[in-house]
Design a binder for this molecule. Structure first.
Ligand code: SF4
Ligand code: MG
Length: 386
């Protein structure tokens, strides 16, 4: 079994004054062992919300309303094996059905995240080394309380208490954790790690702080690292170095990475498989070669239409006329969400949403009626249709 994570039919809504916003509209994908899975799409397509939904970080007025998040963890599966409320499938546990404290406690040892802005991951008034050492310590305590010998929330509760109870300015870390933090800083390529550990976040350059954030994310030896636009704010040279580092740590640790980006050049260079998102849905998914060499969804075809050169460090998504729709439930309707911008849209496309489960192989899937039949220009709607 090579699926670390199986996400099924995930739906996330935001309940706003304007109405219900369907930010994630039934998303399914797998993350396999030892791979980099790219989630690519324009801003507003639901990439980040999807990732946050998987690790239960959606805040009010948002809520994950539907779906399953199957995480492979034999310990948890054994612990909850006789609980009728918890979904178990072999070694996989449906995280949506376990108590919230358990989900929270998995952040760090199971999943960790890095974001575009490393400043957001650090407290400006605590040294970088100490913050990473704290992460090490929290994870170590979590591990030294074996789940099987405790009630289901006791051990996790301790972790949450430590995290929530931190007082800025007070040191909570012992020497062993600090040594480990320095070791992590060195593993992410920070020179003079012992000295840098004593510095504050503002003393780090953008690229160095990005490395420190990666070190912090590795403190719990996670199975899965979610990297959300990790290099978007960096200049080209630093971007290349950080991507190289992510590749290395993925390879060395045999971990999996979900890489969220709007940058097709980053996907081409980094990813084993790709999900293309549009309007809260995965519209195409497959291996890198499936999606890049033989795109079957008109949206993907448009994105890839005029990438000048994949070796170019920063090709951008091809602008496609129009915007990602606003995703208000009242305005979505039973139709293909891409129809307004699709050069191949037909009458059928406005009558019902296309199925996802079609494509040219078990791996390569497309949400478009044209995946099952050839395009006939005679079917096209006239351009003044809307
Ligand atoms: Fe275009 Fe129709 Fe396919 Fe949607 S279903 S992408 S509108 S051809
Ligand atoms: Mg985003």
């Amino acid at each position: 079994d090579t699926d670390l994570l199986r996400v099924r039919n995930l739906k996330t809504r935001f309940f706003t004054e304007e109405g219900q916003v369907n930010a994630v509209e039934g998303v399914s994908f797998d993350v396999r062992d030892n791979e980099i899975l790219g989630i690519v799409g324009e801003s507003g397509s639901g990439k980040s919300v999807t990732a946050l939904s998987v690790i239960d970080l959606i805040e009010s007025p948002g809520r994950v309303t539907d779906g399953e998040v199957w995480y492979r963890n034999p310990d948890l599966a054994a612990e909850f094996g006789d609980d009728p409320d918890v979904g178990i499938d072999g070694d996989h546990v449906d995280l949506r059905t376990v108590p919230k404290g358990v989900r929270r406690a998995l952040r760090g040892p199971a999943f960790s995240t890095i974001f575009q802005d490393p400043m957001s991951s650090f407290n400006p008034s605590i040294t970088v080394g100490e913050q990473i050492a704290e992460a090490v310590e929290v994870q170590r305590r979590a591990r030294s309380n074996p789940r099987s010998t405790r009630s289901r929330t006791q051990g996790y509760g301790l972790v949450n208490y430590i995290v929530d109870g931190l007082v800025p300015g007070r040191s909570y870390v012992d020497e062993e954790s600090m040594d480990r933090a320095i070791d992590l800083l060195s593993q992410v390529g920070i020179p003079d790690p012992a000295e840098r550990a004593e510095e504050y976040p503002h003393q780090f350059s953008g690229g160095m702080l990005q490395r420190a954030m990666i070190a912090q994310a590795l403190a719990g030896e996670p199975d899965l690292l979610i990297a959300d636009e990790p290099t978007t704010a960096l200049d080209v040279t630093i971007q290349a170095q950080i991507l190289e580092l992510l590749r290395e740590i993925q390879d060395d640790r045999g971990m999996s990475i979900v890489l969220i980006t709007h940058d097709l050049g980053v996907v081409a260079r980094m990813c084993d498989r790709v999900c293309v998102m549009y309007a809260g849905e995965v519209v195409e998914r497959g291996s890198l070669a499936d999606v890049f060499d033989n795109p079957t969804h008109p949206y993907t075809q448009g994105l890839l239409g005029s990438i000048p050169d994949l070796q170019d460090p920063r090709p951008r998504l091809q602008p496609i006329e129009g915007n990602v729709p606003g995703l208000l439930d009242s305005e979505m309707g039973d139709r293909c969400y891409f129809a307004d911008r699709c050069p191949k849209a037909m009458v059928d496309c406005l009558e019902k949403p296309p199925e996802f489960d079609v494509g040219d192989g078990p791996e390569h899937r497309t949400r478009c009626v044209l995946a099952e039949r050839n395009y006939d220009p005679a079917d096209a709607l006239s351009s003044d249709r809307f």
